[in-house]
Ligand binder design. Structure first.
Ligand code: 13P
Length: 248
């Protein structure tokens, strides 16, 4: 049985006050016990949240540098994420790929840096609207996985989580239909089976992200190969975020 996961990516939002209030509200809510709750706040709040946080919520970086330390002004190394108690880190979010030109090759190093520091990478992949329309979306996602993730050996690969986030669905209010999400998640699983094994493919958690909200989460989470969500906008409000977790 794969773990059910609902992860919130706050992106560059929230404040010191609102983030602590969010965590306190979530801690006293009836969050389903069988759903792993992950929050990826801006790094500056992650440290603070560690203090108010109990065991219920796992904290996640939104980005990191592949080196542990060095002359990389403005960057945060995976070792530092580990040092401040983060358990997970997003890698290759489409906003990083497009606004900061992060290539698969570059992301591969981040994945390695994270695993070396015992942080679980949540590796994001997904096609643009043009790639969806021109029918190359399976190839695009497969290439992102091939170049950024499939260099890992068997043991390392058991540690990763994959998030399928079609770029055209992020922050647009357009969601992949349950059929489209399931189709891609099944494809990702088949690809893992080809490279690793059936057992591996069955054991890896694959999250869906892109305008997931309390109204569509139930249908998406009911899909056989969707193990949960990576939530942007709807993760900024504790009530909506909780409702999404309750949609399993
Ligand atoms: P939205 O839920 O706002 O579409 O964002 C999804 C996302 O990018 C999560 O990482």
């Amino acid at each position: 049985m794969r773990q059910k996961i609902v992860a919130g990516n706050w992106k560059m939002n929230m404040s010191s006050e609102s983030s602590s209030a969010f965590i306190n509200e979530l801690k006293s809510s009836n969050w389903p016990q069988d759903v792993n709750c992950i929050i990826a706040p801006p790094i500056i709040y992650l440290m603070e949240l560690q203090k108010v946080n109990g065991k219920q919520i796992d904290l996640c970086g939104q980005n990191c540098h592949s080196n542990d330390s060095g002359a990389f002004t403005g960057e945060i190394g995976a070792a530092m994420l580990n040092d401040i108690g983060a358990k997970y880190c997003l890698v290759g979010h489409s906003e990083r790929r497009s606004y900061f030109n992060e290539s698969n090759e570059f992301l591969k190093n981040k994945v390695d840096g994270l695993l070396k520091n015992s942080i679980i990478p949540i590796y994001c992949c997904g096609e643009t609207r043009i790639e969806r329309e021109n029918g190359t979306y399976f190839d695009v996602v497969e290439q992102q996985l091939n170049e950024g993730l499939f260099h890992l050996d068997n043991l390392q690969f058991t540690k990763v989580i994959i998030a399928y986030e079609p770029v055209w669905a992020i922050g647009t209010g357009l969601t992949a239909s349950a059929k489209e999400a399931q189709e891609m998640h099944a494809y990702i699983r088949k690809t893992i089976e080809k490279v690793y094994s059936l057992e591996m493919a069955e054991s890896i958690s694959i999250l869906y992200g892109g305008s997931c909200n309390p109204n569509n989460a139930k249908e998406l989470f009911a899909c056989k190969d969707v193990d949960g969500g990576l939530i942007g906008g709807a993760s900024l409000e504790p009530k909506k975020f909780l409702e999404i977790a309750q949609a399993f």
